[in-house]
Design a protein around this ligand. Structure first.
Ligand SMILES: Cc1cc2nc3c(=O)[nH]c(=O)nc-3n(C[C@H](O)[C@H](O)[C@H](O)COP(=O)(O)OP(=O)(O)OC[C@H]3O[C@@H](n4cnc5c(N)ncnc54)[C@H](O)[C@@H]3O)c2cc1C
Length: 465
């Protein structure tokens, strides 16, 4: 376990020249949902693009974090509100049997037979109508994302950790990264920080906010794990009908034996939220670890050790008490710590909860997202994300995509899901390519041209206000 003492002592690192590994038009740091989408969009729009990812695979939380629920691509009608590259993931996963989702002709339906069929997948039915949501196989998704990146011509640098921004005054001109080859530089006209934690914009001196609200989901870490060889039918029969299929928490039928068991496991400190996967014999356990920071080595180390202890307790309890788990085993734990929130950019626009809930339209809207627990209506309209929430106030040449975008705590918490992050990435990458081609700064990009490009890529967007 890491030492808890602080070490004020410092040591001078020798000044050195960095070898320039590559010069490109667009450099994306972080290969999660936002970063992959940004890199693919930039390359498809003609930019020479480099993608830097610290691990050996792409997908971030959606693969390495075992976060395999991709929810809310439609709004209660048969329309998709998130499509573009997010839909492409699902289309490419289908022939690989890497996804479970309702078929296209079921989307928006309130047919009781279809509701019965799809209602047991949490988030597939909202307010009595079927939504396009999906559970994906993380290993297949890694393969799909590799294909998308390689086919679009992105130069992929895996096992490469982006360390810091390289600056010329207030303009970012590249990044330094560490790998087995040592410390090197990649230079670019536009840099996109898609690290989730804002590693690059923090070192560039961009204004940021790193406060977290302990009441919100985004303040909690996790170590997700999967359990294999379960009998799902037996488990489902014991659990009873979920009373609330839009809740992240396990409900079971009220007063059921399962609900009582969950109460007992909660008291013991175990994890009680199971989610389905594309495989009937595998479930994943989501969890929420409070009061630890994803930016501190000590906290991260403590969380890896303590959460595995809780995982063992949880699995033993399920095996001994819950029908369907008798012969189960722990299949795997997430290779990446589950991080929901950390630093947030203070951008040209800080998206607020009020704007989000009101469905405020912007002339630079680059993505839509539906209300989570009700279908879209004039009272509860689809939510809009403005491009300016990806643009730092005080650093040039930089865009930010994904969960560290500029929003207040609640708005960030609401949009901190895979589909909006993919959509932000697609917008940032498209904009970066336009900037590189036209020689303009990210904050000067013509919104109407950017939106036209996005719509051409299958991104659903509203008309201007
Ligand atoms: C336990 C848990 C459950 C969740 N449940 C859901 C859910 O059910 N549905 C849903 O839609 N969302 C869910 N989320 C949220 C979702 O995972 C995030 O919103 C989404 O993954 C954010 O995407 P991103 O690309 O911004 O960041 P990330 O997914 O965190 O990706 C960041 C990428 O950058 C890389 N990286 C980071 N720093 C560096 C660096 N310095 N150099 C190089 N590479 C770097 C990382 O390795 C990673 O690949 C959950 C999150 C957690 C943790």
């Amino acid at each position: 376990m890491a030492d808890s003492k602080t070490h004020p002592k410092t040591i001078q690192e020798p000044i050195r020249q960095l070898e320039v590994y590559r010069e490109a038009e667009v450099v994306v740091v972080g290969g999660g949902p936002a970063g992959v989408s940004a890199a693919v969009a930039a390359a498809r729009n003609g930019a020479d693009t480099v993608l830097i990812e610290r691990y050996g695979h792409l997908g971030g939380m959606a693969t390495g974090g075992l976060v395999i629920l991709i929810p809310h691509l439609s709004d209660g009608t048969d329309r998709l509100v998130i499509a573009g590259q997010q839909k492409e993931w699902l289309d490419r996963l289908e022939p690989l049997k890497g996804v479970v989702k309702p078929p296209p002709d079921a989307i928006g339906s309130s047919d009781p037979k279809l509701i019965e069929r799809w209602g047991s997948y949490r988030f597939f039915v909202v307010d009595g109508r079927i939504r396009l949501s999906a559970y994906v196989d993380p290993e297949m998704l890694k393969c799909v994302l590799n294909d998308m990146v390689v086919e679009s011509g992105v130069t992929l640098c895996l096992h490469s950790w982006g360390c810091r921004a390289l600056m010329d005054g207030n303009r970012i001109i590249g990044i330094a990264f560490e790998s087995k080859e040592g410390r090197k530089a990649v230079l670019g006209q536009v840099i996109i920080d898609a690290t989730g934690d804002g590693d690059i914009f923090a070192s560039a001196g961009a204004d940021l906010d790193a406060t977290l609200d302990p009441k919100l989901r985004s303040s909690k870490l996790a170590l997700v794990f999967r359990v294999g060889n379960i009998n799902y039918e037996k488990f489902r029969a014991f659990k009873g009908k979920e009373t609330q299929t839009t809740s992240i928490y396990e409900t079971g039928s009220e007063e059921s034996s399962y609900a009582k068991l969950i109460g007992e496991l909660n008291r013991l400190g175990g994890f009680t939220v199971t989610m389905p996967t594309p495989r009937e014999d595998v479930v994943w356990f989501n969890n929420w670890i409070p009061d630890l920071s994803c930016l501190k080595v000590k906290d991260l180390s403590q969380m890896e050790v303590e959460t595995r202890k809780k995982m063992l307790l949880t699995h033993r309890f399920y095996r001994e008490n819950v029908p369907g788990f008798e012969d189960s085993y722990i299949l795997d734990t997430a290779s990446q710590v589950g991080t929901r929130g950390s630093r947030r950019l203070i951008g040209e626009h800080i998206l607020t909860e009020e704007e989000l809930r009101a469905g405020t339209l912007y002339e630079d809207t680059i993505a839509l997202f539906p209300p989570l627990t009700s279908n879209a209506s004039p009272e509860k309209p689809n939510r809009c994300i403005p491009y300016r929430s990806l643009v730092p106030r005080n650093v040039e040449g930089l865009l930010v995509a994904g969960r560290c975008f500029s929003a207040d705590l609640v708005a960030n918490d609401i949009l901190n899901l895979i589909p909006p992050c993919v959509a932000m990435g697609e917008a940032a990458g498209t904009s970066a390519a336009l900037c590189a081609k036209e020689g303009v700064a990210p904050r000067e990009v013509d919104y109407s041209i950017l939106r036209k490009h996005l719509m051409g890529q299958g991104v659903p967007l509203p008309e201007h206000p």
